[in-house]
Design a protein around this ligand. Structure first.
Ligand code: HEM
Length: 506
């Protein structure tokens, strides 16, 4: 299947994690004040299992909120403390994306997600205005609700037959359809047809993750990229994604040029095509087609798997917590009265939003963020960081630390039940950072939350679901936290007193 979990064997390569096995003598110190991890063999076997963020958590409990992980040429300082994360995120002039840009340049090119310096400032300024309130409201009505409804329609047959459904796969398809329509006004139609693009995005992201742990960055040598099978596969995947995006840009460019329309108001939405691509082209800003392609590709990749994984883990958590599920169902029925959600309904779906935020706390995507110090710095607690130092901010550790959260390992959506106040990095003082923070914070945070609320509201409104028994729902990583074997659910149509508004006619 397109979003099948990565095989543990894909980790068995000569990477720096494997070399930890050989460097178990790394205790001792330097003048930075940062303790150095002395890895044990059992930790290394965890690493080979495929989820790097899990041993990072174990080491936080052993070594504290900051430690150094070093092997071969790689040397990371791992940060698991809100105040330290705040300093790193907020000081974008001191900390750049570093390794993150190096390992994912083959996908994003010069796109917003990894651009640095003035280019990044200019592209962020161009892209952010496209995600305005009127656009988000149009997306709720025209894209999020309709795609969610299509998902419900699609699973009806399995619900009637009693066949188990892999909801992780379905959510991945749903979010690709949503991001395609919202960014390009293009339907990948992946819910109903096989989409090679899902597979390609997954292959490309997996390659970026492997590159971040390779001991020898052999992929920097062009010639080797042409003969190593893993690189050939990755290049092919990126080519497919880029060609798809380029085609969409050309089509839209022709329409915009023919119509000759120009943005004449701040919150511009083209009725026929409210997509971000249309907004950016109609704003007639001087930008090359390659830059536009890379920016849009940044949005496509950053917005697809992340939101899909949030839906997967929230559904999983609800399936394990009958009382929270009942509360969500009651809320959805009371607020929507059988309708599809509108933009204004969403602020009333408070408890469902709390469940999604709590899911983002327990399963942050990606679980670890990477930065590189450009100049020397001192982190809170008097820890010295040299220029050039690679840093991992473990969002997973901060979100799971018992020093940061009460009942840290439990699903307690009520902790976010604060009248009118959505949790973010500022009002939690960087204890809750699912979208990062500082100047490089996610541009799609509101988009993603709205999409997740709509998708789950429609699903919970119309379907009952329960986990197929006997599944081991383990965690593994791509760019997000995946399940190891999918999320298989038994579904049935939910019958309530509300008469459903008929499905959209298409
Ligand atoms: C950046 C998470 C959805 C577009 C980020 C970052 C995080 C994140 C943590 C910061 C990375 C860093 O500091 O290194 C998420 C999560 C999402 C989500 C958890 C879903 C729940 C989206 C969506 C879009 C999007 C839907 C587009 C519509 C971006 C872009 C950046 C970014 C373009 C780079 C911003 C920059 O560097 O200036 N995201 N994201 N994300 N995200 Fe999201």
């Amino acid at each position: 299947p397109p979003n099948a979990a990565p095989k543990p064997s894909s980790w068995v390569s000569p990477n720096w994690l494997t070399s930890l096995a050989r460097s178990v003598t790394l205790s001792g110190g330097d003048d930075s004040g940062i303790p150095i991890v002395s890895a044990k063999l059992e930790d290394v076997s965890d690493l080979l299992g495929g989820a790097l963020f899990l041993p990072l958590f174990k080491w936080m409990n052993e070594y504290g909120p900051i430690y150094r992980l070093a092997a071969g040429p790689r040397n990371f300082v791992v940060v698991s403390d809100p105040a330290m994360a705040k300093q790193v995120f907020r000081n974008y002039g001191v900390y750049a994306k570093g390794l993150m840009s190096e390992v994912s340049e083959f996908i994003f090119g010069s796109g917003l997600a990894i651009a640095e310096g003035q280019l990044w400032t200019a592209r962020r300024r161009a892209v952010v205005p496209s995600l305005h309130k009127k656009y988000l409201s149009a997306m709720v009505d025209r894209v999020f609700s309709k795609c969610a409804e299509r998902l419900v329609e699609k699973v009806q047959e399995a619900a009637i037959n009693g066949t188990a459904v892999n909801m992780e796969e379905n959510f991945s398809q749903l979010t690709l359809d949503v991001i395609g329509l919202s960014v390009f006004n293009y339907s990948f139609d992946s819910l109903t047809a096989d989409s090679p693009v899902i597979d390609a995005v997954y292959t490309a992201l997996k390659e970026a993750e492997l590159r971040s742990t390779d001991l020898l960055p052999y992929w920097k040598i062009n010639f080797l990229c042409k003969i190593v099978p893993r690189q050939i596969k990755a290049e092919k995947a990126v080519r497919l994604i880029r060609e798809t995006v380029e085609e969409l840009i050309q089509k839209c460019k022709k329409i915009v040029e023919t119509e000759g329309k120009k943005i004449d108001q701040e919150e511009y939405v083209d009725e026929a095509d409210p997509s971000i691509l249309r907004f950016l082209l109609a704003s007639r800003e001087e930008v090359s087609s390659v830059q536009l392609r890379d920016d849009l590709l940044s949005m496509l990749v950053a917005g697809h798997e992340t939101t899909g994984s949030v839906l997967t883990w929230t559904l999983y958590l609800l399936s394990k917590d009958a009382s929270s599920l009942k509360r969500v169902q009651e809320e959805v029925d009371r607020v929507l009265q059988g309708r599809l959600p509108s933009y204004d309904d969403i602020r009333n779906l408070k408890f469902l939003t709390c469940c999604i935020n709590e899911s983002l706390r327990l399963y942050p995507h990606p679980p670890v963020l990477i930065r590189r110090a450009i100049v020397p710095d001192v982190l809170p607690g008097d820890y010295k960081v040299d220029a050039g130092q690679d840093i991992m901010i473990s969002v997973y550790n901060i979100h799971h630390s018992s020093k940061v959260w009460e009942r840290a390992e439990e699903f307690v959506p009520g902790r976010f039940d604060r009248e009118g106040l959505l949790p973010n990095e500022t009002n939690t003082d960087f204890r809750f950072i699912p979208f990062g923070g500082g100047p490089r914070k996610c541009v799609g945070d509101q988009f993603a939350l709205l999409e997740a609320v709509v998708a789950l509201a429609v699903f919970v409104q119309r379907m009952n679901f329960e986990l197929v028994p006997g599944q081991n729902i383990g965690m593994t990583t791509g760019a997000t936290i995946h399940t190891t074997n999918g999320l298989h659910m038994k579904l049935s149509r939910r019958v309530t007193e509300h008469v459903y508004v008929p499905l959209h006619s298409r």
